[in-house]
Design a binder for this molecule. Structure first.
Ligand code: ATP
Ligand code: MG
Ligand code: MG
Length: 352
């Protein structure tokens, strides 16, 4: 087939459409009304609600293969599509959309998460904080991103003044990590996998600020164990495409944080920094092509997000040697919104 359907309209879809075009595919996007910046790079874009069965059917009819760039595409929408056109099982979405399912799934495969408990009311929360201890983080089970839907609980006394949102929640013990890293794995339909080098991921205010290679030594020591887990997760799901697992590197080994059933912000460096980018390998996987090499092409690479009104100074990067600027074309500049990113490749330590 030569038309790839992409569910979701964000920057990840936009960046996927570039290598798709390079490989001779055309993309058709699908997402509800919004700032669908993927649409600029798709041959066509269907704007409709996720529960619009007729629009989904029309989308499916026009596509040969369908993937997603957004982890919260309703599973019911994906299940309505002809499954022969959806190489990655929708179960991957279903599990990754719920922090409780995701942690249970990963622990059953031998992974280790921070201690956690489901919280549906104030009594659950009190019991969870008593058992797990403080500090901890209360998170919505579903729909959170960039640290949204999270509340830090410093001490049990904080619970008295806390007003719980209506959503299903999860309470997690606060992890005293030495570094954060992610495992990005591409898995082809025949089960072949390729891993990207794990970057050191630094967050500010719950949002990824920077991903850089090489990661600190502690990450290097834990990557193998983390990759084994990522491979088990991908195999257990029959996953096809790029899958990401986030980890905390702790003194006693890697602690699983969450997974994203998609290409990931911590892999944006691969566009200029790896032989085959995460976006190209995702397209290859869903299109049934062989995966490409994931090797980094420079010893030191750093990707910085351009967040909120920092985008106003983005033009400065254009005159910096060896600096690759990406702008996502979003119309509204909002605090904490990812507007673009820059990737720098360094040949040696002096340059870095
Ligand atoms: P993303 O944008 O990565 O999808 P998210 O909103 O799903 O983010 P998390 O990844 O759960 O949120 O948390 C965001 C960041 O908050 C983490 O990368 C980490 O820096 C911090 N964090 C989350 N949970 C914990 C924890 N249990 N202990 C310590 N820090 C945590
Ligand atoms: Mg997340
Ligand atoms: Mg995260």
């Amino acid at each position: 087939g030569s038309t790839i359907g992409i569910l979701g309209g964000g920057q990840l879809g936009r960046m996927m459409a570039v290598p798709a075009a390079q490989l001779g595919y055309r993309c058709i996007g699908f997402a509800p009304e919004g700032d669908n910046v993927a649409g600029d790079l798709c041959a066509d874009f269907i704007t409709a609600d996720w529960d619009d069965a007729a629009a989904l059917a029309e989308f499916a009819r026009r596509c040969d293969v369908i993937t997603w760039e957004f982890e919260n595409v309703p599973v019911a929408a994906v299940e309505q599509l002809p499954q022969a056109k959806v190489p990655c099982p929708p179960r991957a979405l279903e599990i990754a959309q719920d922090r409780l399912l995701e942690k249970n799934f990963v622990e059953e495969l031998g992974g280790r998460a921070a201690p956690f408990a489901a919280v549906d009311d104030a009594a659950d929360l009190r019991a969870a904080a008593a058992r797990i201890g403080t500090p901890g983080i209360l998170k919505t089970r579903r729909d959170g991103y960039d640290g949204k839907g999270q509340w830090r609980i410093e001490a049990a006394a904080d619970l008295d003044s806390l007003e719980l949102p209506g959503d299903s929640l999860i309470y997690e013990g606060f992890v005293r990590f030495e570094a954060e890293f992610s495992v990005i794995v591409a898995r082809a339909a025949d089960g072949a996998v390729r891993f990207y080098d794990s970057t050191h991921n630094e967050h500010r205010g719950g949002i990824l600020a920077r991903s850089a290679l090489p990661a600190p030594a502690i990450v290097g020591k834990q990557v193998e164990e983390a990759r084994d887990l990522a491979r088990k997760v991908a195999d257990a799901l029959g996953y096809v495409g790029v899958l990401t697992l986030e980890f905390f590197a702790c003194a006693d080994g890697p602690v699983f944080n969450e997974m994203a059933p998609r290409v990931h912000n911590s892999g944006h460096w691969t566009i200029e920094g790896a032989v085959t980018s995460q976006f190209a390998n995702h397209i290859r996987a869903v299109a049934g092509l062989p995966l490409g090499e994931t090797t980094p092409i420079a010893p030191r690479i750093a990707m910085d997000n351009i967040i909120g009104d920092a985008v106003e100074n983005a033009a400065d990067y254009l005159t910096e040697a060896g600096c690759h600027l990406h702008l996502y074309g979003k119309e509204d500049v909002r605090d904490g919104r990812k507007m673009g990113h820059v990737t720098r490749l360094f040949r040696n330590a002096e340059q870095a």
